[in-house]
Design a protein around this ligand. Structure first.
Ligand SMILES: Cc1cc2nc3c(=O)[nH]c(=O)nc-3n(C[C@H](O)[C@H](O)[C@H](O)COP(=O)(O)OP(=O)(O)OC[C@H]3O[C@@H](n4cnc5c(N)ncnc54)[C@H](O)[C@@H]3O)c2cc1C
Length: 328
């Protein structure tokens, strides 16, 4: 049984916003220090992983994804999305974490030690707030005409509905590379559009050669130094080094990354640094933000540098934060 918290005005020592791996790790560590905590998520428990591609293989080995010291036992060398979902949801149950799911946090009112987390369903009073809202909810847009058409998506799930279709994939990193390969193997005709001169060097070492070989043998068409100019129902306008080019496309995946929800951070009263990554304002030693008693944890800490913190290293924020707020 999960532990739903249905009260509308309960007071807690701490509210954790975001039921992702890092948010759950924070709640566990806070609860272990004898403080009351509730986790609020606008979606399901471990909502981001629910949105990841079916059967996606983590690049991390299971012990590097563990939280709260719970062993992550898998049959495979690297776990799949479904095993990750099962693991994190089981851990939340085992720890009896109070949860308020499908409840979106809108803003943070009140003063230090007397905060009011305002949601679309009510208000939660708390002394401390931990913001672990990740980065997966706001896609980096192409900002071209046609991007809002129904056959354009920023989230790739699985290839099977595209067998026999012409699919354009925009992007040069792991997600785009994996999608182009899976689509090709499922019988789609994949075209890859890359803004840079090559597939990113950061693509995992077991994926990159596979993709380059499929491009070399002509199974995947790749356009480098190319940008999308406009999307229509059955074709896409590109700008290539050789000039404008229109290619057919029945479906478009714009896998050009994601960014933290800066509007939410502003509504929580958290500032942003004037650096290239627009890093949210926090003390790197304690993770406390410019708002006393309000902490940041996990991927959101990196701002636009969304690969700075991930589960492997972000989960360690939990102990630092719990230790700091328990010591106050
Ligand atoms: C395809 C893919 C594969 C990956 N593989 C790995 C891997 O192998 N190893 C690894 O270490 N990392 C991996 N990562 C990165 C990792 O998944 C993220 O870094 C991780 O999910 C970050 O955890 P988090 O708890 O900080 O944020 P998230 O997991 O993104 O959780 C944030 C939560 O906050 C909630 N939320 C957001 N806004 C609100 C709001 N207003 N109100 C309430 N709730 C809100 C969201 O619904 C979400 O559940 C991968 C990422 C992707 C996309």
């Amino acid at each position: 049984m999960l532990t739903p918290d249905s009260s509308l005005t309960t007071a807690f020592d701490a509210v954790v916003i975001g039921a992702g791996p890092v948010g759950l790790a924070c709640a566990i560590e806070i609860q272990r220090r004898g403080l009351s905590v509730v986790v609020v998520d606008k979606g399901a428990l471990v909502n981001s992983l629910i949105g990841y591609p079916t059967n996606m293989e983590f690049f991390s080995t299971p012990e590097l994804l563990e939280i709260g010291g719970h062993p992550f036992v898998t049959a495979n060398y690297k776990p799949h999305r479904e095993e990750g979902l099962d693991y994190y949801q089981r851990v939340a149950r085992a720890e009896q974490l109070p949860l308020r799911l499908y409840e979106r946090v809108l803003r943070l009112d009140g003063e230090p030690a007397q905060y009011r987390v305002v949601t679309d369903k009510g208000e939660i009073r708390a002394r401390y707030v931990v913001v672990a809202t990740g980065f997966y909810d706001v896609p980096v847009k192409l900002n071209v005409p046609g991007e809002e058409l129904p056959h354009v998506s920023h989230y790739y799930k699985e290839p099977y509905q595209h067998a026999g279709q012409r699919v354009l994939v925009v992007g040069a990193k792991n997600s785009a590379a994996k999608a182009a390969l899976a689509l090709t193997r499922a019988g789609a005709q994949a075209t890859l559009v890359v803004r840079g001169a090559e597939v990113s060097a950061s693509v995992k070492y077991w994926i990159r050669p596979d993709l380059l070989n499929r491009i070399a043998e002509g199974r995947i068409t790749a356009h480098f130094q190319t940008t999308v100019q406009a999307i229509r129902a059955t074709e896409v306008d590109l700008l290539t080094p050789a000039g404008p080019l229109t290619v057919p496309a029945d479906y478009v995946y714009a896998l050009t990354g994601y960014r933290p929800d800066y509007a939410l951070l502003a509504a929580l009263g958290i500032g942003t640094q004037p650096d290239a990554a627009c890093t949210p304002t926090y003390n790197p030693d304690t993770f406390e933000t410019n708002r006393p008693g309000v902490y940041l944890a996990g991927t959101v800490c990196g701002g636009l540098n969304t690969s700075r913190w991930f589960i492997e290293n972000g989960r360690h924020h939990a102990r630092v934060i719990a230790g700091h707020l328990a010591g106050q």
